[in-house]
Ligand binder design. Structure first.
Ligand SMILES: [Zn+2]
Length: 267
């Protein structure tokens, strides 16, 4: 082989290796990784959509000593699928989309890209992630790889569980006056269709902003089989890149979503 060709091939190999490493960040070592919980606890203050007919309920069935002499505690709980930190399965906004139990768990364990728009949302509660925001992020950190779990950080989780401040309005049964930030249409189209991301997560109540009337981001994401993670917490503990996310929902057969325990692993 001519020397120049060998060098060219070697350089090509280096370029391919660099590209692969950019697209598949090294997974943290489970034995030593820092684990960050990105989940709000479910309790009587858990926030649901204003039109939700019910909220989280926990009833004690037993708590105390038994006739046999041992201690015993047991509860029953009841919750709508969409409230608190939860999954939107693709069927939520797509007739033939996967239900919660059929979503491959492999897709729910992936590297994270954290897009911090707190500087913009602090001045505008109706802010929507723009295509320019995504381009600026990629210019700094590199292209978002297929399968990435995108987490949009608006800073809204610090308002939890104050319904009025978190949703923008707390009128029961009325979802027409909500104000909180989330994804914009063009950014969602780019992330879902061009970047083929694995999921869209956000630290507000919806992957569409509060004032949305057409839920276009839900339509785009769920329509392409991409699940949503809503009411995510604790994103300020994550770096822009380098974390892996494990987002495992309750396995509800036929579910359109459900309670989600989502954590991040940091190397
Ligand atoms: Zn939902």
């Amino acid at each position: 082989m001519p020397k120049c060709r060998a060098i060219a091939l070697a350089l090509f190999g280096v370029a391919v290796a660099a590209r692969l490493s950019a697209q598949a960040p090294k997974a943290p070592d489970l034995a030593t990784a820092t684990v960050v919980d990105l989940t709000h606890a479910f309790d009587e203050k858990t926030i649901y959509w204003p039109t939700s007919p019910s909220a989280f309920e926990l009833k004690s069935l037993a708590y105390g000593p038994t006739p046999g002499g041992w201690f015993y505690a047991s509860n029953t709980f009841c919750t709508p699928e969409h409230g608190g930190t939860h999954l939107d399965a693709p069927i939520h906004f797509a007739k033939d989309g996967l239900t919660a139990d059929r979503l491959p768990v492999r897709k729910l364990i992936a590297p994270a890209a954290v897009l911090d728009v707190r500087a913009k949302t602090s001045a505008d509660p109706d802010y929507r992630l723009s295509l320019d925001d995504v381009h600026a992020w990629e210019k700094r950190y590199g292209p978002i790889a297929a399968g990435t779990i995108v987490l949009l950080e608006t800073g809204w989780s610090t308002r939890w569980p104050d319904k009025k401040s978190y949703l923008g309005d707390d009128t029961p049964g009325d979802a027409s006056k909500l104000h909180f930030p989330s994804y914009g249409k063009e950014a969602a189209e780019y992330l879902v269709r061009d970047r083929k991301v694995g999921a869209l997560g956000v630290d507000t109540a919806s992957i569409d902003y509060g004032a949305s009337k057409d839920f276009i981001v839900h339509q785009i994401a769920n329509g392409a089989g991409v699940p949503g993670f809503e009411n995510v917490a604790g994103l300020d503990a994550l770096p822009a890149t380098g974390a892996w996310v494990v987002a495992l929902p309750m396995k509800i057969a036929g579910g359109s979503g459900g309670p989600l325990r989502i954590v991040a692993l940091l190397p």
